[in-house]
Design a protein around this ligand. Structure first.
Ligand code: SF4
Ligand code: SF4
Length: 434
C-alpha cells in the first residue's frame, strides 16, 4: 500500500512504525474471511482491510479520530485472526494499538462510554476492588435485563450477566513467597498471579503450583507483581498500560537477579500475549527497553513450559475434551499444538470444534463494551463446541472460560487443571460432582 506521510510525521517513531506496517498491506483481502466482525456484520469497514484504510487515512492526514473510525476500531476484538491469515505479514496488532492510543488522545467519547471505561480501568486490574465489585454485581444481577433495554446502560447489563453467581473463594495461590519443588529440583520459575483470574477462578493457579511442584519446579510468586496491563492497553490507555508493565518488569528483574529464573509462567493467554510484547511496548524507554525485552524473552504460557518437561504418556481415560484455542493463544502467541498434545498424552480424547479460528467474543472487556456482537460470537462458538459432544471443555484463558461458561452447561476448565488431575492432583471442583 502506498503511503504519503511527511518527513515531519515520520520523525514520530510510532508513526514511522505504523507507516512500515501499512506499506506491507497489498489489499488482497484474504484477512476478511477469518475476521469475526466481518463474518458477523458483513461490512468492509468491520474487516481488517477496512480498518487498515481507516487508520491510514486518519494517521496520514494527522486528523483526530472521528465517530466513524471509533465505531469500527471499537468493534475490532484484537483477536489477531487477521495476523495469522495475512500472507504479507502485516503487523495489525501494533497498528491497531497505535490507532487506539490515537483515539484515546484525540476523541471525546460520550459521557456514559467514558464512565463505563473509567470504571473498568479503575476496577478490573485490582483484585481487591474487583472482588468487591463482584459482590455488588451479584446483588444487581436481577436488574441486568432492565439495564440492557437502555442503550447507554447495555454494558452495565452485560457486566452483571457475566458476574459469577456465587462469591469467589480466597486462595493462598496468589500470596507472595516461594513454593519449593516437591521432587528433585530441576527448575525455578516465577508465576504471574494476575488480576481478574485469581478472583474469578483461583483453582487455575492452584493446579499450576501443585503440578509444577510435583515436577520438581520451584515457583516464586513475587511480591509487588500486578495486572499485566492488557485490559487498559486494549482501551488505548497507554500511560497506564506502561506503568503496569514497568512495575512487573521491576519485580521480575529483581527475581532474575536474586535467584535466576528459567521462565515467567503465565496461565492466562491474554496476559501472555501482552507480556511477550513488553519488549516492544517499552522499546522507546531507555531505562526499561533492555529489561523489558529480557522479561518478554522469559515469558511462557504454562503449556509451552510443560511441553519442555517431558511428561510421561498416560493410559486413555475415556473423557472427551473439546479444546477451545483462545485467540491470544493461537493468533497472539502462535501456540496451537502444545495444549492439545499435553492433553492427549495425559490420556484425554481431544476434539477440535469447527471454526476454531473464530473468537468466542470475550476479548478482554469486549463482551462488556460490545455486548451484541459478543453475544453472537458466543452463540456461534458454543454451538460449534457442543456439536463435538464433549464431556468437558478446555482452554487457556480466563476470559474465554467466563464467556463460554455463560452460554453452556458443559463444564469448562483451564487445560492445566485437567493436566494436574491426570498427573496426580485432585479432581477439579467443576467435575467433582460427575
Ligand atoms: S483483530 Fe480480529 S476483529 Fe480485529 S480486524 Fe483482525 S480479525 Fe478482525
Ligand atoms: S491479508 Fe494482509 S495484505 Fe491482504 S488485505 Fe489483509 S492485511 Fe492487507
Amino acid at each position: 500500500m502506498q503511503t504519503s506521510f511527511t518527513p515531519a510525521q515520520l520523525a514520530d517513531p510510532q508513526v514511522a512504525e505504523s507507516e512500515k506496517i501499512l506499506r506491507r498491506c497489498v489489499h488482497c483481502g484474504f484477512c476478511t474471511a477469518t475476521c469475526p466482525t466481518y463474518v458477523t456484520l458483513g461490512n468492509e469497514l468491520d474487516s481488517p482491510r477496512g480498518r487498515i484504510y481507516l487508520i491510514k487515512d486518519m494517521l496520514e492526514n494527522g486528523r483526530p479520530a472521528d465517530e466513524e473510525v471509533v465505531t469500527h476500531i471499537d468493534r475490532c476484538l484484537s483477536c489477531l485472526a487477521c495476523v495469522t491469515t495475512c500472507p504479507s505479514g502485516v503487523d495489525y496488532m501494533h497498528l491497531v494499538d497505535h490507532a487506539r492510543i490515537h483515539i484515546e488522545n484525540t476523541y471525546r467519547r460520550s459521557l456514559p462510554d467514558r464512565l463505563i471505561r473509567n470504571l473498568l480501568a479503575a476496577v478490573l486490574p485490582y483484585p481487591a476492588r474487583f472482588r468487591t465489585a463482584l459482590g455488588f454485581a451479584r446483588l444487581g444481577r436481577p436488574f441486568a435485563a432492565l439495564l440492557k433495554r437502555v442503550p447507554a446502560l447495555k454494558p452495565l447489563g452485560a457486566m452483571l450477566d457475566l458476574a459469577p453467581k456465587s462469591a469467589a473463594r480466597f486462595s493462598d495461590a496468589a500470596k507472595p513467597g516461594t513454593r519449593p519443588a516437591g521432587a528433585q529440583k530441576r527448575g525455578r520459575v516465577a508465576i504471574l498471579s494476575g488480576c481478574a483470574q485469581p478472583v474469578l477462578d483461583p483453582g487455575i493457579n492452584e493446579a499450576t503450583l501443585r503440578l509444577l511442584a510435583r515436577l520438581g519446579i520451584e515457583v516464586v510468586v513475587p511480591e509487588g507483581e500486578g495486572c499485566c496491563g492488557a485490559l487498559v492497553h486494549h482501551m488505548g490507555r497507554e500511560g497506564e498500560a506502561l506503568d503496569f508493565a514497568r512495575r512487573n518488569v521491576d519485580v521480575w528483574t529483581r527475581e532474575i537477579e536474586k535467584g535466576g529464573l528459567d521462565a515467567i509462567i503465565i496461565t492466562a493467554s491474554g496476559c501472555g500475549t501482552t507480556i511477550k510484547d513488553y519488549g516492544h511496548m517499552l522499546r522507546l524507554d531507555p531505562a526499561y527497553a533492555e529489561k523489558a525485552a529480557r522479561v518478554s524473552g522469559l515469558a511462557r504460557d504454562i503449556t509451552e513450559y510443560l511441553v519442555g518437561l517431558d511428561l510421561p504418556k498416560l493410559e486413555p481415560r475415556r473423557l472427551n475434551v473439546a479444546y477451545h484455542s483462545a485467540c491470544s493463544m493461537q493468533h497472539g502467541q502462535k501456540i496451537t499444538m502444545a495444549p492439545k498434545n499435553l492433553l492427549k498424552a495425559a490420556g484425554f480424547t481431544v476434539r477440535d470444534p469447527a471454526e476454531g479460528h473464530l473468537c468466542c467474543g470475550s476479548a478482554g472487556t469486549y463482551n462488556i463494551l460490545q455486548p451484541e456482537i459478543s453475544a453472537q460470537l458466543k452463540a456461534r462458538k458454543v454451538k460449534n463446541i457442543e456439536a463435538t459432544k464433549p464431556d468437558v471443555i478446555a482452554t487457556g484463558n480466563i476470559g474465554c472460560i467466563t464467556q463460554i461458561a455463560s452460554g453452556t452447561a458443559i463444564p469448562i476448565l483451564h487445560t492445566v487443571e485437567l493436566l494436574d488431575w491426570a498427573y496426580g492432583g485432585p479432581k477439579p471442583e467443576k467435575l467433582a460432582a460427575g
